[in-house]
Design a protein around this ligand. Structure first.
Ligand code: ADP
Ligand code: MG
Length: 378
C-alpha cells in the first residue's frame, strides 16, 4: 500500500477507490500575461500533490490534508456553493462545485509542493482533485475543460483572480518539455527544454518573503490591463503591438502605459524564448529571462527587495539568467545556471540574504516533469 493509501485508511477507516496526482509549476517566461490572453512557457516540477478518493453512499464530503494535521473537514455536498465559509479545503470544495459533483466523497490530500512559495500548490491541489473526480465519477472532461473548471474554482469559489496558466500546466505538462500555452484558446505545444544535457540546471529560490496574491496588488495589475483594453477598444492586450501602444499614449495614463508595455514586450519575449530553445541557444534564453525580470520589476512593479536580491546574487555568481516568478511581492525566483555552479550560486544567494537581514531562502532544483495523472485505481 502506498503512503497516501495508508493515510487514507488511517483517516477514514477504509481503503480509497483511487489515487491521482498533479504537480506544481515554474514558469520559465511569460509572467502576468495569462490574463491578457498571452503566451506563457511554464513547466511542471517533480513535486506534486496526491489525492486519494473514495465514493460514499450519501451526500457527505469529508476532506483531510496531511499538511493540515489530517483533521477531517465535513460538509454536505448540497451546501458546497461559493460563499460557504472555510479555510484551505475551499480549494478542493471549489473544484467539486465547479465540476458539478453531486455525490458524497472522502478525500485525503498529501501535498509535496511547498505551500505559498509561488510554485502553485493551489493549482496542484485543485488539479489533483479534479483528476480524481473526473475518474471517480466518470465525468469525461478533457484537459482544457478541467483547466477552465479548476480556474473557475479558484476564481469564483476561493476568490483568487488567478489566470489559466497554473491549472493548464499542472494538467497538460509532459516530461522533458516546457509547455507553450496560448492563453487565448488554450492550445498548447511542447517545447523541448532539455537543460540537463547542456550541463545546466534550473535553480528555484523560495525567498520565503510574504506571498500576497490576495492582497490587492495582483487585482490592481489586472485592473490596469483591463482599463487599457477598454480605453483602446480592443479585446485583449494580445492584440496590441508596441507601435500601437506608443501611438495610443494620449488615451491612457502613465501607469496603464507601463503595465501594458510589460504585457506586450513579455508576449514577444516568450515567442523569442521558444525560438532560442528550438536551437538550444541558452545564452539567449538567459538574456530573455533577465529582460523579463527587469520589466516585472520596473514596469509592472511586482518584485520586492528579496526577489531582486536573489536575482542579482544569482547573476553575480554567473547565472545565465534569473527572474522572479509567479504573482510577485515575494515567493520564488528562478535562475538558469551551470549545474556545476549550483552550490556556489546557493552560497552566494544565502550570503546576500543574510547580509541584508532577510530570512534564509529555500532552494529547489527541478527538471521538467509530467502533468496530472491517475496513479492507481482499485
Ligand atoms: P501557491 O499556489 O503559490 O502555493 P497560494 O496562496 O495560491 O500559493 O495557495 C496556497 C494555499 O493553498 C494554502 O494556503 C492552502 O490553503 C492551499 N493548499 C495547497 N496545498 C495544500 C495542501 N496540501 N493541504 C492543504 N491546503 C493546501
Ligand atoms: Mg496559487
Amino acid at each position: 500500500m502506498s503512503q497516501i493509501e495508508k493515510k487514507f485508511l488511517e483517516t477514514f477507516g477504509e481503503e480509497p477507490d483511487l489515487v491521482a496526482a498533479a504537480p506544481g509549476r515554474v514558469n520559465l517566461i511569460g509572467e502576468h500575461i495569462d490574463y491578457s490572453d498571452g503566451f506563457v512557457l511554464p513547466f511542471a516540477i517533480k513535486d506534486r500533490t496526491l489525492v486519494a478518493a473514495r465514493k460514499r453512499n450519501d451526500s457527505t464530503v469529508r476532506i483531510a490534508s496531511a499538511q493540515r494535521r489530517n483533521k477531517i473537514v465535513t460538509v454536505d455536498i448540497n451546501q458546497v456553493k461559493p460563499g460557504l465559509k472555510g479555510e484551505w479545503e475551499r480549494y478542493a470544495l471549489g473544484v467539486l462545485w465547479s465540476m458539478g459533483v453531486t455525490e458524497g466523497v472522502d478525500l485525503m490530500i498529501d501535498g509535496h509542493v511547498p505551500l505559498g512559495a509561488g510554485l502553485s500548490s493551489s493549482a496542484a491541489l485543485e488539479c489533483s482533485v479534479a483528476t480524481a473526480m473526473n475518474h471517480l465519477f466518470d465525468m469525461g472532461f478533457n484537459l482544457e475543460e478541467l483547466a477552465r473548471l479548476t480556474q473557475k474554482a479558484e476564481n469564483q469559489y476561493v476568490g483568487v483572480p488567478c489566470g489559466i496558466m497554473d491549472q493548464s500546466v499542472s494538467l497538460m505538462a509532459t516530461q522533458g518539455s516546457a509547455l507553450l500555452l496560448d492563453c487565448r484558446d488554450l492550445s498548447t505545444k511542447n517545447i523541448s527544454f532539455d537543460v540537463a544535457s547542456h550541463g545546466l540546471e534550473l535553480l528555484i529560490i523560495d525567498t520565503q518573503a510574504h506571498h500576497a496574491l490576495t492582497d490587492g496588488g495582483y487585482a490592481e495589475r489586472r485592473a490596469s490591463c483591463e482599463s487599457v483594453v477598454a480605453k483602446l477598444g480592443i479585446s485583449s492586450l494580445r492584440e496590441l503591438t508596441m507601435e500601437q501602444l506608443e501611438g495610443s499614449r494620449a488615451l491612457i495614463n502613465e501607469t496603464e502605459f507601463v503595465r501594458a508595455r510589460h504585457a506586450v514586450t513579455e508576449m514577444k519575449r516568450v515567442l523569442d524564448c521558444v525560438e532560442a530553445l528550438n536551437v538550444s541557444d541558452f545564452e539567449k534564453v538567459g538574456q530573455l529571462i533577465n529582460q523579463s525580470h527587469i520589466s516585472l520589476r520596473d514596469d509592472y512593479t511586482v518584485s520586492c527587495p528579496e526577489l531582486d536580491t536573489a536575482v542579482d546574487a544569482a547573476l553575480s555568481a554567473g547565472a545565465l539568467g534569473s527572474r522572479m516568478v509567479g504573482g510577485g511581492f515575494g515567493g520564488s525566483a528562478i535562475a538558469l545556471i551551470q549545474a556545476s555552479k549550483t552550490t556556489e550560486t546557493i552560497g552566494a544567494i544565502e550570503k546576500a540574504f543574510s547580509s541584508k537581514g532577510f530570512k534564509a531562502p529555500r532552494f529547489f532544483t527541478s527538471l521538467p516533469s509530467q502533468g496530472a495523472e491517475l496513479i492507481s485505481r482499485r
